[in-house]
Design a protein around this ligand. Structure first.
Ligand code: HEM
Ligand SMILES: *[C@@H]1O[C@H](CO)[C@@H](O)[C@H](O)[C@H]1NC(C)=O
Ligand SMILES: *[C@@H]1O[C@H](CO)[C@@H](O)[C@H](O)[C@H]1NC(C)=O
Ligand SMILES: *[C@@H]1O[C@H](CO)[C@@H](O)[C@H](O)[C@H]1NC(C)=O
Ligand SMILES: *[C@@H]1O[C@H](CO)[C@@H](O)[C@H](O)[C@H]1NC(C)=O
Length: 477
């Protein structure tokens, strides 16, 4: 046992704690990172792996996750601003004593198989998220979560404290990591409460929450994190999914509403045409929700004590007048004024100019099941505004989060796919249609198309969100 461990202070009681706040936080759409962070924190399934603080080997899964986060962060050097929580641990597992134990590769394997990495949310963000779930699942405090870490591509310095080192060395290493002696004692105590080391140790919840949050937010000085998320955002929309159908656009979206009271709200979607006018074409310019479904929050989300409800919409939009932005009205039907959900006044703006010049056509795309091999893939169809079919190109950049490597580093892959003109979808309504097949392990697509020297792009198209709306066809070869 190191000198430090003998030093640790036993104090205080554990008490249920959750930061309640009166305001309803919102963010400006599209903020892909905040939206994803909120979803993973309150709806995500990573928490299930640590539900109930489960044992593994001679320890617990949460203990393994938290130790990995600390060792990843321990490369930080406050004097240069380099290192910190950056997933460099993926390249640091062959360092003998420092990162010894099966818990390290096991933890990274847990994170890899959960497929949470995206083009904008790396392994370092997953490691930090894992610690939030781990600490909470073992009865610890909720740690407000920030996202935006950047993954390192190589190992950092070997500066993880080792048990045989003396106290002065530990103090010096922690100082280098940005923690003074008092904070060191606190952080080690908080961490080791989860491990098998010393069950007697517990610090005040607030202290552990604050110190662990600082640990997770110790990142290279070039990285800026989002503001901490302490509760679910109000009014989160699903990115619209589109199809061109016979002079109209079909637009699918949904609004997550936190439902604090026992009212029965009705939610209406409105939109204006591409000129920004609210002249209503015969197909209409507002629509009630087509369904409202309770959403399952995970264990962190449930602590918030509100019921999230998802209101779904299927709007038919005149393709000639088109659409420039949309918004919602939430009427609680309790005599109070309806709440306008308009993204802080701008509406939810379709940013292409002209709007909807490139989109994945959700009705033309399909899921394909190969019966012989029992495999599944997606046949993606992309609509591009323009008729110069002979002089046009389109590509997909397909993102696969899960690595098939047997040991760390577990890295995502991106694949460039050239699309071909889709014979089965001839030009219609000013659009030409391209197609390509992507594996069902792909989670995000960037789409790019050039027609008549004009290039359009769509970034971070969420394949999982789209998949539930696809028609599946079965093929036996
Ligand atoms: C002076 C600093 C530290 C030293 C010398 C140290 C040393 C150790 C050692 C020797 C183990 C046992 C490893 C094994 O054989 O499985 C351990 C486990 C652990 N440490 Fe630390 N540690 C330090 C700081 C921290 C900090 C700051 C945290 C997190 C905030 C932390 C979290 C953990 C956890 C959660 C375990 C249990 C892991 C498991 O059971 O799989 N440690 N530590
Ligand atoms: C677990 O503990 C037992 C008994 O101390 C030991 O024999 C075994 O090697 C340990 N397993 C791991 C994976 O550390
Ligand atoms: C360490 O920093 C804390 C603030 O986080 C401060 O209260 C404490 O006095 C400092 N301790 C030492 C030994 O510098
Ligand atoms: C397209 O819409 C027009 C006008 O609503 C309708 O008359 C026609 O049958 C539709 N065609 C198809 C293929 O659905
Ligand atoms: C996609 O898969 C379908 C079904 O197997 C096949 O008919 C089609 O040729 C494939 N498309 C491309 C672009 O490879």
């Amino acid at each position: 046992m190191s000198q430090l461990f003998q030093f640790l202070v036993i104090s205080s009681t554990l008490a249920g704690y959750y930061a309640q706040s009166v305001s309803n936080p919102t963010f400006q759409w599209p903020n892909t990172l905040l939206k994803y962070a909120d979803k993973q924190l309150f709806e995500g399934q990573l928490s299930e792996l640590v539900s109930g603080c489960p044992p593994r080997e001679n320890t617990t899964i949460p203990a393994q996750w938290v130790r990995l986060a600390y060792h990843d962060m321990a490369t930080y050097d406050v004097s240069t601003g380099a290192g910190g929580l950056d997933a460099s641990i993926q390249y640091e597992l062959n360092r003998g004593a420092q990162n010894i134990g099966e818990g390290m590769p096991q933890t990274l394997s847990d994170f890899n198989s959960d497929a949470l990495v995206t083009p904008f949310f790396g392994m370092a963000d997953v490691i930090a998220l894992g610690t939030v779930f781990a600490v909470s699942s073992c009865g610890g405090p909720f740690i407000p979560y920030s996202a935006g870490r950047v993954d390192a591509t190589e190992g950092g310095p070997a500066t993880v404290p080792e048990p045989q080192q003396d106290l002065a060395t530990h103090i010096q290493l922690f100082q280098q990591q940005g923690f003074n002696q008092t904070e060191m004692i606190g952080l080690v105590a908080c961490g080791h409460t989860l491990g098998a080391s010393d069950k007697r140790i517990s610090l005040r919840f607030e202290t552990c929450g604050t110190l662990l949050q600082r640990m997770l937010n110790t990142v290279p000085s070039t990285v800026s994190l989002t503001d901490p998320i302490t509760e679910p955002f109000n009014y989160v929309i699903n990115d619209p999914l589109l199809s061109y159908q016979n002079t109209t656009f079909i637009l699918l979206t949904a609004l997550r509403v936190l439902h604090p009271t026992d009212t029965s709200p009705t939610v209406t979607m409105f939109w204006v045409d591409q000129e920004g006018d609210s002249v209503c074409p015969s197909t209409g310019c507002s629509i009630p929700s087509s369904s409202s479904d309770p959403l399952a929050f995970n264990e962190i989300g449930i602590q918030v004590g509100v019921t999230p409800i998802r209101y779904s919409f299927k709007a038919t939009i005149d393709a000639t007048s088109s659409i420039s932005n949309f918004w919602f009205e939430v009427n609680n039907n309790d005599g109070s004024d309806p709440i306008i959900v308009d993204n802080g006044g701008t509406g939810f703006v379709l940013e292409q100019d002209p709007a909807l010049s490139l989109f994945v056509d959700i009705d033309r795309s399909e899921g394909v099941v190969l019966l012989d091999s029992n495999t599944e893939f997606f046949r993606i169809v992309v609509a591009v505004l323009g008729d110069a079919a002979s002089a046009s190109t389109a590509t997909l950049t397909a993102f696969t989060p899960i690595s098939t490597a047997t040991a760390p580093p577990f890295l995502p892959t991106t694949t460039l796919i050239n699309l071909i003109l889709d014979d089965s979808n001839p030009p219609e309504g000013g659009f030409i249609f391209f197609t390509g097949n992507v594996s069902n392990s792909v989670t995000y697509l960037d789409v790019s198309a050039t027609v008549d020297d004009t290039t359009y792009t769509v970034q971070n198209f969420d394949v999982n969100a789209a998949a539930q709306f696809l028609t599946f066809v079965e093929i036996s070869s």
